[in-house]
Write a new protein. Sequence first.
Length: 373
Amino acid sequence: MRLPLFALFLLALAPQERAFEDGVDGRASLHYVGPVPVLQLYGTPGEMGAQYGRLLKKPIAALYRELVTKFLAGMGGAPVEKKLREETQGMAAAVPASIAAEMKAAARESGLAFDDYMLFNTMFDVEHGGRRLGGCSTMAVTGAASASGEPMMGRNFDLPQPFWSLSPVGLVVVRHPAKGLAWASVTHPLFAGTHAGLNEKGLAAGATAGVSGSGYAPNGLPSMMLFRRVLEEASTAAEAETMLKGAKVTVSTTLMVLDAKGGNFVAELSPEKVAFRRPEQETLHETNHFRSPELFQKVDCPRFRWLDEHFKGRTGIDEEGMKKALAGAAPGINLQSMILYPSRRSLLLSSGTIPAAKGAFAALSAEDLFGNH
C-alpha cells in the first residue's frame, strides 16, 4: 500500500511531534485526550467558524493542497475542475444559512477561499467516473443482542487514494452552539458537515457514502450537511426519522441512527424516495447498497455478507465482538473506525493506521466531549 508523501510524513511523526498543535482561542480549544485531538468550539456560527479556521489553519491549507489540488489534477485538471465547480453551485445554494456563515468565517480565518472550501464539502456528492467517492460500513446492536443491554453502534469510514492523507489527521470536533444541541463529529479538517458523530442527548449517526443509486438532484442538500442537521436538531431516533422523511438529497446515500434508548434505523435516501430499514433480532447493519424492499439493489457485497454471518442469531455482543465486526468489514481503504455509545454519550476511536479497524482504539468519555457545555 502506497501512501502520499504528506501522509507518510505525518505517520512518521514521533509522539511528541503531533499532527496538531494544542491551542486556545477564547473559550475554544484544541487539545489531546490521550492520542485523540479534540477541538471544542463555542458560540454563534460565525464565532465557531472563526475559531475553527484559526485553530486548524495549518492543516486546512496543507490538506487542501494535498487532497483537492492533486485529486483534480489526477482527474483531468482545469476542465474537470470547471465542471465540478459548476455542478456543486446548486448544492452550495442549498446549504443552510447557519452552516454557510460558519464556513465563511472558517475560510476567512484559515486563508482558504470560501468557494474552495465549499467545493471540498460538495465534491463527495458528485459522481466521478460513474461512481461516488467512499465506502464505509455501519452496524448496531440493541437489547439482548448487546452484552450489557445498552445500544452500541460501530462505524468504518473508508475513502480511496488520494484521500489517505486524511488518515494521520483524524480528530473529533465538538460544537457547543449558543442555541441548540452540543454535538461531536468524528472527522478531519476541511469537513464542515459530518459523516459520523453523536450529540449531548445521546443520538448517534453514521453514514455510508458511495451508494450507487438512480437519480441526481444537483440542487439538493449535500449529504454531510444533512447528517450534520440531524445531530444538531434531533434528540431521538423518532425525531431524526421525521427530519429525514422530507429530506431532499443530491445523490443516493444512507444514514444509520441509534438513540440512547435503542431506537435504531437505517435511512436509505435517494433523490426520488426515502425508505427505512429496522433491526432484525436487535441487530442492524449497512454497507453501500440499498436493502429495503422499496429501493432494493441486487448486489453481492462481501462486507455486507460478512456482517450478516457475524451478527446472525447472536446475542450478548460486547465491545470485542463489535471490534471484530468492524475489522471483518474493513477494506484496505479504512481510515477511521469507531464505536459509539449513545446512552453513555461516549465513543471509542481508532485513527491513524490503515485499516483503522485493526488498530488501537482510544476512549473519549461524555466529560471529554460535553463536559464544558
